[in-house]
Design a protein around this ligand. Structure first.
Ligand code: NAI
Ligand code: MG
Length: 501
């Protein structure tokens, strides 16, 4: 049992829980303050009020955590993979009993609406742990024909300590995609949480530490250069996995190259949604709202931030979509009536507003602001931004080429399949894409020719357990969420030959 002031039972008092999680990392199964004693503020983005302090980690905290994880890994790897999987499944069951608590805490911390986003994300943690927990027995190799009287087999072995760096947009889901397969495969993990969202991941780490041996799953909070960089550079870290921006992805990849260790990168996108005139109109308009992840304020790497609509239905589609976004309710993330919550931070507010201002100032372009700002005075300092739908932007506009990571989408008409395919593929990114049509031939042809790691026809879901997820081009390296991701990215294959002649 951890020595902790946090509640042992699930709680629905998210503010008290946030305070109880203040000022600590979780290393070697214990809550510990930063070696420096430093802390930084965690702010509720819906009110601007400080809700907790987080431990400000640096290289000395990283060193303690990695050494603990390294010690723990030797014992953890001795358990059968099936046993490890069973324990990860127990973690899933424990998380399941805390879903509502976790949902309220992540809504408080990130401003994502409880009903549309936070509860879904909390459930996904249990789902993913459950999925990977069931795969323990799949960590197996092959027998390989070589020569008479030689038995040649492969076995899958863990890599050692995994260093994981996560972002703030879907921190619970994105963290679980890394820790669950890493742990089942026999690795131990040190996570550096995102400075904007350190609390809920810490609570999840605490719950998981009630089941797993100490040191298997450690979490540090802190800033990128001070805490993230020493983690990726630490000599005992034998695998890196990162989700975030392209520039930081390059830093992580360079550190991996220096140490000659494997790295997985998930780096965002500029995902096209292509709508043909023969689509199911109402379903596709609704699909555009979910594709753009408006309920997550567009803070998603798979957001459909470029929407191409075949000319005959273009005007009607833009109008119908704007009307539907108008009907979405922006407000208190913890209110069940709310569809759209807040942007995460002042930095992201400034970034997104900069894009919107640039779009509005672009000659000939139109930007329609949808949905009403919340009127509750308690939310006056909240980081709310109205969703914006832009039309008539030139293709070279930064709004069309760069990841905005906010509730902003650009819509274009198209006249030919070849032209829209070329426009869709004209991007440095290649994470996800969707095609909406009742013509099977067109849908499948586009599925093959779109440059993306994930293409969906007539739907646009977020990442799902069991389906390999990961981009091409600048969107990253490697896959997550699947059996393949666990085997390829969290184990190495050893060949063993036995001569019995
Ligand atoms: P970021 O890439 O700076 O941060 C992601 C994580 O990397 C955080 O935990 C951060 O502390 C860490 N980090 C930062 N610098 C580091 C360094 N030198 N060494 C090691 N770790 C470091 O992303 P940020 O600043 O939060 O957002 C900026 C933009 O990045 C967003 O507007 C969006 O376009 C993109 N982004 C994409 C995400 C995705 O899901 N692919 C997630 C978050 C951001
Ligand atoms: Mg950054």
């Amino acid at each position: 049992m951890l020595k902790t002031l946090t509640p042992q039972e699930p709680t629905l008092d998210e503010k008290t829980l946030a305070r109880a999680l203040s000022g600590v990392h979780l290393i070697g199964g214990e809550f510990v303050p930063a070696t420096s004693g430093g802390t930084f503020a965690v702010v509720n983005p819906a009110t601007g009020i400080e809700i907790a302090r987080a431990a400000e980690g640096d290289a000395s905290d990283v060193d303690v955590a990695v050494r603990d994880a390294n010690r723990a890994q030797k014992e953890w790897a001795k358990l059968s993979s099936r046993k490890r999987g069973q324990m990860v499944s127990q973690c899933a069951a424990l998380i399941r009993t805390h879903v509502e608590e976790i949902a309220r805490l992540i809504a408080l911390e990130t401003g994502k609406a409880l009903r549309t986003e936070s509860r879904v994300e909390a459930n996904s943690v249990a789902d993913i742990l459950e999925f990977f927990g069931g795969l323990g027995s799949e960590i197996k190799g092959e027998s390989v024909p070589f020569a008479p009287n030689v038995l040649s087999v492969t076995v899958r072995e863990p890599l050692g300590v995994v260093g994981a760096i996560i972002p703030w947009n879907v921190p619970l889901l994105l963290m679980t995609l890394k820790i669950a397969p890493a742990l089942v495969a026999g690795n131990t993990v040190v996570v550096k949480s995102a400075e904007e969202a350190p609390l809920t991941v810490l609570r999840i780490c605490e719950l998981i530490n009630r089941v797993l041996p100490p040191g298997c799953f450690n979490i540090l909070s802190g800033f990128g250069p001070e805490c993230g960089a020493p983690l990726v550079e630490h000599p005992l870290v034998r695998k890196l996995t990162f989700t975030g921006s392209v520039p930081v992805g390059r830093i992580v990849a360079k550190a991996a190259a220096e140490k000659l260790i494997p790295v997985t990168l998930e780096l965002g996108g500029k995902s096209p949604m292509i709508v043909f005139a023969d689509c199911d109109f109402d379903k596709t308009v609704a699909g555009a709202l979910t594709s753009m992840r408006f309920t997550r304020q567009g803070q998603s790497c798979t957001a459909a931030s470029r929407i191409y609509v075949e000319r005959p239905i273009y005007d009607r589609f833009v109008a119908a979509m704007a009307d539907k976004v108008d009907a979405m309710v922006m407000g208190d993330p913890l209110d069940e009536a709310t569809d759209i919550g807040t942007i995460i931070s002042d930095d992201q507010m400034a970034r997104v507003k900069g894009f919107i201002a640039e779009g509005l100032a672009t000659a000939g372009a139109t930007g329609r602001a949808c949905s009403a700002m919340p009127s509750d005075p308690a939310l006056a300092a909240g980081k709310f931004i109205q969703p914006h739908i832009f039309t008539n932007l030139p293709p070279e506009s930064r709004l069309v080429t760069e990841e905005i990571f906010g509730p902003v989408t650009c819509i274009f008409p198209f006249d030919s399949a070849d032209a829209v395919l070329a426009a869709a593929n004209d991007s440095e990114y290649g994470l996800a894409a969707s095609v909406w049509t009742n013509n099977l031939k067109i849908g499948l042809e586009f599925a093959h020719r779109l440059e993306a790691g994930l293409v969906q026809i007539n739907q646009n879901l977020v990442v799902q357990a069991n389906l390999s997820y990961g981009g091409v081009k600048s969107s990253g390296l490697g896959k997550e969420a699947s059996l393949e991701s666990m085997l390829e990215h969290f184990t190495h294959k050893k060949t063993i030959m036995m001569n019995y002649a």
